[in-house]
Design a protein around this ligand. Structure first.
Ligand SMILES: [Zn+2]
Length: 294
């Protein structure tokens, strides 16, 4: 997505507006920093930053307003813009909309569906493993097209929400080994359905291979040789390449909405044709870490 694309501009704006949310670094239960932008084509029609305030389109002009401090960003803006026709509008939210019904009314995911949104961009999945990913299900079931923010903006929003994300840590849920002919298969799925990692591989050399993920959700933990050395898998990720060369003995990390797959390369053999033909071979051990609350 080009930075000139209106979708990119509004994703960028939502990430910037979320920076307005102030969270005390000493808070024992830090709330998320969340902002939402509503737009129609290339025209902004409203935005809100949770606990801060926002603007909505009143006639020709954006007008300031502030909702209750505990109102969710989407809820605040939808309530303020009650009666507005959202059928051709798009919502850009920095954190997955909530899916749990509240005593006072609908959750934000249902609010967006009910008010007629057909298109929603989301920067980050809720790190709470009990609810993470459920908004995608709600939107999918209701015909709402859901798209991710561009990778660099997702990462920025994630970093800006570090205090909130740190409330959830990751624990080992599964581990094992795999060996397969990567030239004929190309990928190996690890983990259970719904939270699986689709590890993908392509040819490099004997003793070395490329791990790939087109959304940049792959990283090499340089100089680490055992899983125990990796306390925070997130720190290894950058946005610049979707293929990572990885050698025997090294550890590559794949990331999805639920956590991390750590994969240590044990053996790589390149495919050979001709008289000494051999199949390609990739052998690795892995450890899957999923978010848990606490
Ligand atoms: Zn909400």
């Amino acid at each position: 997505m080009s930075p000139n694309d209106p979708h990119y501009v509004f994703c960028r704006l939502a990430v910037d507006k979320a920076k307005l949310c102030v969270v005390s670094p000493t808070s024992s239960n830090p709330p998320p920093r969340v902002a939402v932008v509503f737009a129609r084509g290339s025209k902004i029609i409203g935005w809100y930053a949770k606990g801060v305030g926002g603007q909505f389109l009143d006639g020709e002009h954006l007008v300031d307003f502030v909702a209750k401090s505990n109102a969710h960003a989407e809820q605040a803006l939808i309530e303020k813009m009650h009666g507005f026709d959202f059928s051709d509008a798009t919502a850009y939210v920095t954190l997955e909309p909530c899916t749990k019904k509240k005593a006072a009314g609908l959750c934000c995911a249902d609010l967006l569906v009910q008010t007629g949104f057909k298109s929603v961009f989301i920067a980050n999945c809720d790190p709470n493993p009990d609810v993470g990913g459920l908004a995608w299900r709600t939107f999918h079931a209701n015909g709402v097209v859901t798209r991710d923010f561009p990778p660099e903006l997702r990462n920025e929003a994630r970093r800006d929400n570090d205090l909130f994300f740190r409330k959830f840590h990751f624990s080992v849920r599964d581990s094992g080994k795999a060996a397969f002919d990567y030239a004929s298969v190309g990928s190996r799925t690890l983990g259970s359905p719904g939270r699986e990692f689709n590890t993908r591989w392509t040819n490099r050399d004997d003793g070395s291979i490329y791990a790939l993920d087109y959304d940049f959700n792959v990283a090499v933990a340089k100089h680490c040789t055992s899983f125990d050395e990796i306390d925070d898998p997130a720190r290894w990720f950058e946005d610049s390449y979707y293929t990572k060369p990885v050698d025997e003995g090294q550890i590559v990390i794949f990331r999805n909405n639920c956590g991390y797959a750590l994969v240590k390369i044990l053996r790589v053999r390149k495919q050979r044709t001709g008289v000494d033909a051999v199949n390609s071979e990739l052998k690795f051990e892995y450890q899957l870490r999923y978010a848990i609350s606490g």
